[in-house]
Design a protein around this ligand. Structure first.
Ligand code: IMP
Length: 426
């Protein structure tokens, strides 16, 4: 059995798409296990830039089977559009499967997402407005509609009618919106989507994935978002509505924890966050803007500017622990190349005491001050380097320090957006 999980260790946007694309070359199957089209995994192949929202990033290798697991929430229109965009670039979905158990995002989920955000005012999460949270709410509330339900028209109609009645009430009476949900239109649209997607749908992807594992196939489980956005282990309530951490890979795909050999944490060399919520090492002002521009730190899904900050060793240690990381893939090291000095947060100070774990109580986190260590920068371009030994001395010192703070070894270092700009470290 060889199953490897790729997880984001910060607040998402760590560069998981590039690392998945690199590792997928040697895999037989790539599985998305949670989230939905709130994700935007960027893959740069020559002059083509692909932003994948739902289809696993292994799709660029024709022999790799790509699976959307039961834990993902699907906006079928987005999935169909993504399939068409790939087709226009000559990439066919010959080996693509999607779980019948994956829950569907309906127009009312998107309306509710926006309405909830508007009502939240000061406590806005800054969601992607893709209807992710409301869809997972319905799943947990046992009112959701799964992809497989579209193939049983009477079940679909009954569930849709219930949901339309409930959501109309909520949107109109609670959120005061002037909307009328058109049940017949939604039904026809979704039955149309079902026709297009039918050939990809598998009743239970867990059977398929476990069968592949049994026959010695190599499987990559591609996480979306990041550990600090995890609904259980992140900065709740400023989180997404799923479990991006490695544990989510088991529930979201239907494999047991004993099948997992490796958990690779994708770690950006600095930290970014998009949307609201705490961010202890955020850099305000010119330096933050400079990192944002150089790093192209704008959301792949929403285009929103990302908040930028120094590397946070407390977050890193938290991520290593809750994910059981076996190794790290560092990304965007090249973005720091111009800086004469680079700060790294080594612990937090709370009421005059050193705190070296990440407080999940946000009232406590608010009172924490990051304690920084300043390292010398390397002030030279590194984006063409192929061997670890050729990296500048200060870049190696920085990487060694990150390893120490995370408590896991580095196996990959990305130094640019292109596929080839990656250094393997033994
Ligand atoms: P939602 O997932 O759209 O409900 O958004 C909840 C929070 O997660 C917001 O702060 C979003 O900005 C953030 N978020 C969701 N998906 C991603 C992602 O793929 N990368 C980074 N942040 C994300």
């Amino acid at each position: 059995m060889t199953a490897t999980i790729i997880v984001g260790t910060q607040w998402g946007d760590e560069g998981k798409g590039k690392i998945t694309d690199l590792l997928a070359r040697d895999m037989d199957m790539v599985v998305r296990y949670q989230g939905g089209n709130n994700a935007g995994h960027t893959i740069v192949i020559g002059s083509d830039v692909f932003k994948m929202h739902l289809i696993p990033s292994g799709v660029f290798y024709p022999n790799v089977t790509c699976v959307i697991g039961n834990g993902v929430v699907i906006d079928p229109q987005v999935l169909i559009e993504e399939k068409e965009t790939l087709k226009a670039k000559g990439i066919e979905l010959n080996n693509f499967k999607v779980s019948s158990q994956a829950h569907l995002i309906f127009p009312y989920h998107k309306l509710l997402d926006k309405a909830q955000e508007t009502k939240r005012e000061a406590g806005r999460i800054g969601t992607t407005s893709r209807g992710i949270g409301p869809c997972y709410v319905d799943k947990m509330n046992r009112r959701g509609i799964r992809l497989g339900d579209l193939f049983n028209e009477s079940v679909f109609e009954e569930r849709l009618a219930w949901n339309i009645e409930e959501k109309s009430f909520l949107l109109q009476k609670f959120y005061g919106m002037d909307v009328k949900l058109n049940k017949e239109q939604i039904k026809d649209d979704f039955l149309g989507f079902a026709k297009i997607l039918r050939k990809f749908v598998v009743e239970d992807c867990s059977l398929l994935i476990n069968q592949a594992l049994k026959s010695g196939k190599r499987i990559l489980l591609e996480g979306a978002q990041g550990t600090m956005l995890d609904v259980d282990h992140g900065t709740y309530p400023f989180v997404t509505s799923s479990n991006p951490i490695s544990g989510g890979a088991c529930t979201g795909s239907g494999i047991g924890p004993t099948a997992i050999d490796e958990v690779i944490g994708v770690v950006k060399a600095y930290v970014t966050r998009v949307g609201g919520g705490p961010f202890p090492t955020e850099i305000h002002g010119e330096l933050g803007d400079m990192i944002r521009e150089k790093g192209g730190e704008y959301g792949a899904t929403t285009g929103r500017a990302r908040r930028c900050g120094w590397f946070d060793g407390v977050v890193a240690a938290h991520s290593t622990r809750v994910n059981g990381l076996t190794s790290l893939a560092i990304t965007k090291l090249d973005i720091l190349s111009d800086l004469p000095k680079i700060s790294v947060c080594t612990s937090y100070e709370y009421k005059g005491e050193k705190l070296n774990y990440f407080p999940l109580d946000l009232t406590k986190l608010e009172k924490c001050k990051p304690v920084y260590l300043e390292l010398d920068g390397w002030k030279s371009d590194i984006d063409k380097i192929k061997d670890y030994d050729d990296l500048p001395k200060n870049a190696k010192a920085y990487l060694n320090f990150l390893e120490e703070l995370c408590g896991a070894r580095i196996s990959l270092i990305s130094i640019g957006a292109e596929r080839g700009q990656i250094i393997k470290k033994s």
